[in-house]
Design a protein around this ligand. Structure first.
Ligand SMILES: CC(C)(COP(=O)(O)OP(=O)(O)OC[C@H]1O[C@@H](n2cnc3c(N)ncnc32)[C@H](O)[C@@H]1OP(=O)(O)O)[C@@H](O)C(=O)NCCC(=O)NCCS
Length: 162
């Protein structure tokens, strides 16, 4: 898939992205509220190898798409699909590109694409309760708080794609 927004391109990752994928995911402030502490080249290579075998198709499975600015990888979207109506997203932007509206622009375009092309109805996102930037982004995009997990210290947000 390939999706163009005003400033960005969203598309499948390639082997050329391994270094960048590792580089920005390894930054302390980027990894801070994620499931990893470090993101070495070996991990990036493993994930992108998986992605090349499973290009995004809107079917059951888990995927990663790259967010590119002028052909340069600045972030990624993780997608987990386990049914026909609902999918879960995760998103990561290189901190050098924060506060410029790129995450909002990429996610808005991607959610519209999932609704229009694959007819998904609901998008879910899990966020650690102290990840203020991410919570701000979701609330701005019209996600509603569904559930707080005291055990995982995260919050489930949901958006109906109408
Ligand atoms: C979560 C994350 C993607 C949010 O990034 P972000 O830079 O805050 O979000 P955006 O790219 O949408 O930028 C938003 C800000 O850009 C600014 N901005 C500048 N130019 C803009 C433009 N042309 N359009 C829109 N906003 C613009 C606005 O001030 C806006 O802030 P506001 O919402 O208060 O008005 C980022 O912090 C990140 O990758 N964090 C690490 C990974 C992570 O925690 N992921 C989430 C796991 S659940």
């Amino acid at each position: 898939m390939e999706l163009e927004t005003k400033r960005l391109t969203i598309k499948d990752l390639s082997m050329d992205d391994i270094e960048r994928f590792s580089e920005y995911r390894n930054k302390k402030e980027v990894a801070n509220y994620q499931s990893w502490k470090q993101y070495p080249l070996s991990k990036a290579k493993q994930r992108i190898t998986y992605c090349l075998k499973h290009p995004f198709q809107g079917k059951i499975g888990n995927y990663h798409l790259g967010i590119y600015f002028n052909h340069y990888l600045i972030g990624d979207i993780f997608i987990e699909i386990d049914g026909q109506t609902t999918f879960t997203i995760g998103y990561t932007l290189d901190s050098a590109y924060w506060s410029q509206g790129y995450a909002t622009e990429a996610l808005e375009a991607f959610l519209n694409y999932m609704r229009d092309v694959y007819h998904f109805k609901i998008c879910l996102a899990y966020v650690y309760e102290d990840n203020e930037r991410s919570i701000h982004l979701l609330e701005k995009m019209g996600f509603e708080l569904m559930n707080k997990s005291w055990f995982y210290q995260d919050i489930l947000f949901r958006k109906k794609l109408d």
